[in-house]
Design a protein around this ligand. Structure first.
Ligand SMILES: Nc1ncnc2c1ncn2[C@@H]1O[C@H](COP(=O)(O)OP(=O)(O)O)[C@@H](O)[C@H]1O
Ligand SMILES: [Mg+2]
Length: 379
């Protein structure tokens, strides 16, 4: 979708600021987030003329600085790759103030059956501590994750417009991240859910993440699998019935549920799989008009998936295997994290690394030597 030209577009660009509160601020965080947002807004206007995405900002002169754990100039609605300074007078500020939940806030998994079969899904409040740092850990050669996040943020905000006719603007709230195994799709889906919860912190009263275990929806009893899928959608519908609550549903390895019905029929497979796919499509269609629900699906096999499912995906994003440069950066960040926590040390007087043994090699056969000691110490 092409953006309207600047002349037609009365909306100004937006600079996204994310303020994470410390645990000590947690008890009264719900009362204070609005107050802190207003203070940050005033303080930025009084102290800065321009800001750059990723810029380090000293917040010690803020009255509420004790309550702040991290302060990020996170993103700009028109992209952040060009590293330009954004003049505050020409931009709207979108300030998200949040305090992540801890492990103990996790709700017990909802079990649907009385037997010992694993629960088909878990529910967790967002933003959550267990997902912190995930977004930053993902390294790609372009700004694909940021683009997907920007589009999703915009679509979720647009779909909340009160008088928007859903019959005309019928965006399908279904995203498919597909690509080879190990390219970071599952991690990206979880990181996107966390970032959306933060970006939309003041558009929704709270966010819930529902993670579906597709494998647990397969029953050994004939005809049971599709019933389990149906029940799961009933549960999602109940959780998301409050429109002020954002519900992000992650269906990992969705091909287990959305296998091609055509292929199954051709291979004379039992109709159970076909019924499950039917049930999945019906469930998605029922929740399509819910403006507070978003489905994030991942798959290693887009080509074997049901055409009707793929057609329903509002966004189909290919996630490529990290290039040799990205693999190098991932390796470097992993070793640096170990060094930072004193889990490994380098012996500068140790034997020279054997260049044939120590190198990064990607699936495409590209190779690069490992980062030097100096590079590891410096970053
Ligand atoms: N582009 C990437 N940047 C950083 N880490 C990555 C990247 N891709 C994969 N990983 C790491 O590899 C592991 C496997 O990723 P995962 O999300 O399970 O991949 P997938 O779901 O595509 O099979 C995770 O620990 C993840 O952090
Ligand atoms: Mg995965």
């Amino acid at each position: 979708i092409a953006a309207p030209s600047a002349r037609n577009n009365p909306k100004r660009p937006t600079l996204f600021i994310e303020v994470e509160l410390s645990d000590s601020a947690r008890d009264d965080a719900f009362l204070r987030t609005d107050e802190i947002r207003r203070e940050v807004q005033r303080w930025l206007a009084d102290n800065f003329r321009q800001l750059q995405v990723g810029q380090q900002v000293d917040t010690s002169s803020l009255t509420c600085s004790d309550a702040i754990r991290s302060f990020r100039i996170a993103d700009h609605s028109r992209g952040s790759v060009d590293e330009v300074f954004h003049t505050l007078q020409e931009n709207d500020l979108d300030i998200a103030v949040y305090c992540p939940f801890h492990g103990e806030d996790e709700e017990p998994p909802s079990t649907q059956e009385e037997d010992e079969s694993p629960s088909p899904f878990t529910v967790m409040p967002l933003p959550h501590k267990s997902l912190s740092g995930m977004w930053e850990s993902l390294i790609y050669s372009d700004d694909m994750p940021q683009c997907v996040l920007r589009v999703l943020t915009r679509m979720m905000k647009i779909s909340k417009t009160p008088n928007l006719n859903p019959a005309v603007i019928c965006w399908h709230n279904l995203v498919l991240l597909h690509g080879p195994p190990g390219s970071g799709k599952t991690t990206l889906a979880q990181a996107l859910a966390q970032r959306l919860a933060i970006r939309l912190a003041h558009d929704f009263s709270a966010t819930k993440l529902i993670e579906i275990n597709s494998h647990a929806l397969h029953s050994r009893f004939f005809g049971e699998s599709s019933k389990l899928v149906g029940k799961m959608f009933e549960a999602i519908s109940a959780i998301s019935s409050d429109e002020s609550l954002l519900t992000v549903v992650i269906i990992d390895e969705v091909e287990t549920l959305a296998g091609s019905r055509e292929n199954a029929a051709r291979a004379n497979e039992c109709s159970d799989a076909i019924w499950s796919t039917n049930e999945l499509l019906q469930g998605l269609d029922k929740l399509r008009r819910r403006r507070n629900v978003l489905f994030l699906c991942t798959s290693n096999f887009k080509d074997c998936m049901d055409a009707a499912f793929v057609d329903r995906c509002g966004i189909k994003q290919y996630v490529e295997t990290p290039s040799v440069e990205c693999a190098y950066e991932i390796f470097r960040s992993v070793v640096n994290e170990l060094i930072k926590n004193d889990l490994v040390t380098f012996d500068p007087t140790g034997p020279e690394d054997d260049p044939d043994l120590c190198r990064i090699e990607t699936a495409d056969g590209e190779t690069r030597p490992l980062p030097s000691d100096e590079e590891l110490y410096l970053n």
